[in-house]
Design a binder for this molecule. Structure first.
Ligand SMILES: Nc1ncnc2c1ncn2[C@@H]1O[C@H](COP(=O)(O)OP(=O)(O)O)[C@@H](O)[C@H]1O
Ligand SMILES: [Mg+2]
Length: 246
């Protein structure tokens, strides 16, 4: 579903690669947790694979479509929830959902059915006709989630999605991620909340300084790190080792 081949990205005027020769494949039906410390390259990778940032080396395929050569088809396959929720504040929640549904050409009956379900789930029904500028951080996050799911995307990408959500919404979002993959879709999300990754993900990739340093199921990663260690212990050990080598 998502295939990244030796992709690298350096920002202008930067002396290092924010993402350095990254190769990573995520199969259909999987919840994949992309974890790493601040500045590791998670957001950069996500912006590359969603077609927001150009990159010089390597290729990325979404649902079989190359993000550089066939960006429209690749993007049609993605629903994206960014970390900063830069959305159209002057629109109401309903206008935003309709805008997203129009862009992805979702028919009226289908968008109504999906929007009602998600608005109810996130307790947003009463706020849907208010301007997004009046929403709290968590409400903006939730309306972004609804906008991202309105076309039922084969690949749902989220950047640090659990930051700022109340426990109830966080619970609903994790359930939605599971539900999405149960229907045969794929979820790729970044987080630094290790407990979430440990409980929720089918597979995990650990990135540090732009490089993928460990990849596998939770059991595989535990086997590599030492049996009784939590993901947190393995994570700290590995990122510290990397710091010493440099
Ligand atoms: N717009 C930018 N211009 C220059 N450097 C950037 C920019 N965005 C991120 N970086 C740098 O790229 C590296 C990776 O950042 P990022 O992908 O945001 O990491 P993460 O999401 O894992 O915290 C960091 O060293 C960061 O300072
Ligand atoms: Mg980030």
């Amino acid at each position: 579903m998502l295939r990244i081949f030796s992709a690298s990205k350096s920002y202008a005027k930067s002396t290092f690669k924010a993402v350095d020769n990254l190769t990573l494949h995520v199969k259909k039906g999987v919840i994949y947790g992309f974890i790493g410390p601040n500045g590791a390259g998670k957001t950069t990778t996500i912006k590359m694979l969603t077609g927001i940032l150009p990159f010089e080396e390597g290729n990325i395929e979404i649902n079989g479509f190359d993000i550089k050569r066939d960006p429209i088809n690749a993007k049609k396959s993605i629903g994206f929830v960014p970390d900063n929720h830069v959305i159209y504040e002057k629109l109401t929640g309903r206008e935003y959902i309709n805008f997203m549904a129009d862009i992805y050409r979702v028919d009226l009956a289908e968008r109504k059915r999906r929007a009602e379900k998600y608005l109810e789930m996130f307790n947003l029904t009463k706020d849907v006709d208010s301007q997004i500028s009046s929403y709290s951080h968590g409400m903006k996050q939730k309306i972004c989630v609804i906008g991202a799911l309105i076309h039922n995307p084969p690949l749902w990408v989220l950047d640090e999605p659990l930051t700022g959500l109340d426990p109830q919404s966080s619970f609903e979002l994790k359930n939605l991620m599971r539900e999405h993959t149960k229907q045969g879709n794929t979820v790729f999300f970044s987080t630094h909340v290790l407990e979430v990754a440990e409980k929720l993900c089918d597979r995990i990739g650990i990135i540090n300084k732009g490089k993928l340093i460990l990849e596998g199921t939770m059991d595989e990663i535990k086997a590599m790190g030492g049996k009784d260690e939590s993901l947190e212990q393995i994570f700290i050990k590995i990122t510290n080792q990397q710091n010493i080598q440099i």
